[in-house]
Design a protein around this ligand. Sequence first.
Ligand SMILES: [Zn+2]
Length: 281
Amino acid sequence: MHAHPDDESINNGSTMARYAAEGVRVTLVTCTLGEGGEVIPPELAHLAQGWDDTLGAHRINELAAAMRELGVTDHRFLGGAGRYRDSGMMGVPDNENPACFWQADVDEAAGHLVAVIREVRPQVLVTYDEQGGYGHPDHIQAHRVALRGHELAADPAFRPELGPAWRIAKVYYNRMPRSVIEAGLRRTAADAPFKGVAPVDQIPGVVDDEVVTTALDNAAYVGAKAAAMRAHATQIVVDGNHFALSNELGQPLIASEYYQLVRGTPGPDGPETDLFAGVAR
Ligand SMILES: [Zn+2]
């Protein structure tokens, strides 16, 4: 469950590629088209909100290309493409747009997710923490809708016409261990293909290392992750083992991905290295 096209590749690209390659069904639900994003390539600047305002349609294609790189065939927009509009960063006037995701009724939005959950019947749900990882309104709202959808999907009294109740066994937040990102940012600063490096407080999901319950060593899939990130060309520039968003501040492109189990039972064999530890795939 993600807020905008590109979040999935940045946060979970190697995880999605790994499970898809291992034959596990992977479903991506994206909540908005990312219409409010800044556009990096000058020749595409006209797509942006305030100019042609056609960035959303363009990003549908970028997301489809990213999913091909990850080998993921099931990707959907919450309530259908364009149902919820990008809310922009916290505090901007777009936050007040009645069409934006930040203004969505949480239970109504969660109903769209319940329909997907009851159809797909997943064992695992991945979302952001209550701060949306770094405070973006669409990411905060995605967190709220994901947890509400998880709850309502398991309630047989909620909209039985959407299918039989289904309880997802495990729910995770995306995480980034502080020691890993600090070391990565030092590498990026040393190589410096960009004008500077991103401050740690702009990196989503950073927590003290001991908060992380689950570390996936996805080294074999870092190439797929990088290719998927490159597919979001309006949003991301990838340079070797580093990348930058429109602010041109470098970040490390890290193969391993990290999670915090927040609902369900940890796997039986100590610190988890698999989101499906203890549950059937
Ligand atoms: Zn986002």
